[in-house]
Design a protein around this ligand. Structure first.
Ligand SMILES: Cc1cc2nc3c(=O)[nH]c(=O)nc-3n(C[C@H](O)[C@H](O)[C@H](O)COP(=O)(O)OP(=O)(O)OC[C@H]3O[C@@H](n4cnc5c(N)ncnc54)[C@H](O)[C@@H]3O)c2cc1C
Ligand code: SF4
Length: 349
């Protein structure tokens, strides 16, 4: 039976690997970092939207299903340096600090995920200039009891708990100026979840969300939004954040409120930027090594979005998860299973 190469050990690549192994295929999983779990592990997500379920309950079994399966060989801290041949006879060179090896594969799955948009590009928001302007990924780490602040939301400038917190949506998404007109698809639900987590922990805090539209299309998302407004009294204001300034150690934000069509000036203690999902360097590197097509934003392009969403532009090379574009975990798990089924049927032919 042919071996399958899976590139990327986030939730998508892990699910694809364990599904293939359960079908009896041998799998080689190559991950560039020294841990599995992708962005969920990197940024120590604590509770997941929309259910506020512990992230460990979801990701730990997915990791264990790979680690405990003898059909799966895992290379961490490794990368695929070169690939030659055609389906179903590929040869891949896998490199790490111990050296390199060349192995044969029948099919390749690319599950290299995304990177967070770099908010320093949006200079007007002050990220990198003002310590108390932080990203949603940094807040994930802070809210985790095993994270750098032991689960407490702290102002990086003085270690104090902020009382007034503003969240800016769509940072680096739906933004033609930075070349990302697409929607990040998870920012609205993640900000709503983080706002609730903050209010649960600090009921006296005031949390303000500045949004263009609330895109709550997933399972349970709209209900979470209703709960945020009604039960937690989180204040959602329709209007995009325009600028952040710092005067006498006080953060001040300017936004355009679009319902009443008026400018807003607001002093707060911390600003959280809902930074979008961008194509990562690892995805661009994999696309170049494999010679598969990317779209205008660097994400991997399916052969046909409607009828073959998990096939790349090259036969025998399959794509899944957030390397195709922003996607939540539930859909990544579905994608991991779907790509495994597609690979299995292609190898039977
Ligand atoms: C702040 C934030 C909070 C979020 N919270 C939630 C939430 O609460 N609920 C939810 O459903 N979704 C959430 N998401 C979305 C979630 O992070 C993604 O759905 C998920 O991480 C995508 O999984 P993936 O495996 O496709 O990609 P990733 O998690 O990015 O994993 C890809 C893996 O591939 C590896 N890799 C990359 N390139 C290479 C290469 N060339 N060679 C080898 N390895 C490589 C990476 O190191 C990484 O381990 C959140 C997103 C953000 C930005
Ligand atoms: S999901 Fe929400 S925050 Fe993200 S780009 Fe879309 S509208 Fe903006």
């Amino acid at each position: 039976m042919k071996t399958v190469l899976v590139i990327g050990g986030g939730v998508t690549g892990l699910k694809a690997s364990s599904e293939l192994a359960e079908m009896g295929y041998n799998v080689t999983l190559v991950e560039k970092e020294d841990y599995l779990g992708g962005q969920v592990a990197k940024h120590k997500y604590y509770k997941l939207a929309p259910d506020l379920r512990l992230a460990g309950e979801v990701i730990d079994p997915v990791i264990k299903a790979v680690e405990n399966n003898s059909n799966i060989k895992v290379y961490k801290h490794s990368h695929v340096a070169a690939v030659s041949g055609n389906a179903p006879e590929f040869k891949a060179k896998i490199k790490n600090s111990k050296g390199e090896s060349e192995e044969n594969f029948g099919a390749i799955v690319v599950a290299t995920g995304f990177e967070h948009f770099d908010p320093t590009v949006k200079q007007e928001y002050g990220y990198g200039r003002f310590k108390d302007v932080v990203t949603n990924a940094e807040v994930e780490e802070m809210l985790n009891p095993g994270g750098p602040t032991n689960g407490e939301l702290k102002r990086p400038s003085d270690g104090e708990t902020p009382k007034k917190i503003a969240i800016f949506q769509c940072v680096g998404s739906r933004d033609r100026q930075v070349g990302n007109p697409y929607c990040c698809r998870v920012g609205c639900v993640v900000s709503t979840k983080q706002a609730i987590e903050i209010k649960e922990k600090y009921p006296d805090s005031e949390v303000y969300v500045y949004y263009m539209d609330m895109r709550m299309f997933g399972r349970g998302w709209e209900e979470l939004y209703g709960k945020a407004m009604e039960e937690y009294e989180i204040i959602f204001t329709r209007g995009r954040g325009a600028e952040v300034t710092l005067k006498n150690q006080q953060l001040s934000l300017r936004a355009e409120e679009t319902i009443m069509d008026r400018p807003i000036q607001h002093s707060v203690d911390m600003i959280i930027l809902a930074a979008g999902m961008a194509a990562g360097e690892g995805t661009i590197e994999a696309a170049n090594v494999l010679g598969i097509k990317q779209n205008d934003y660097g994400f991997l392009e399916p052969k046909d979005d409607f009828v073959s969403p998990n096939e790349s532009s090259k036969p025998g090379i399959f794509i899944a998860g957030a390397d195709k574009g922003p996607m939540d975990i539930e859909n990544c798990i579905v994608e991991g299973a779907a790509v495994a089924a597609k690979v299995a049927s292609s190898l039977k032919n």
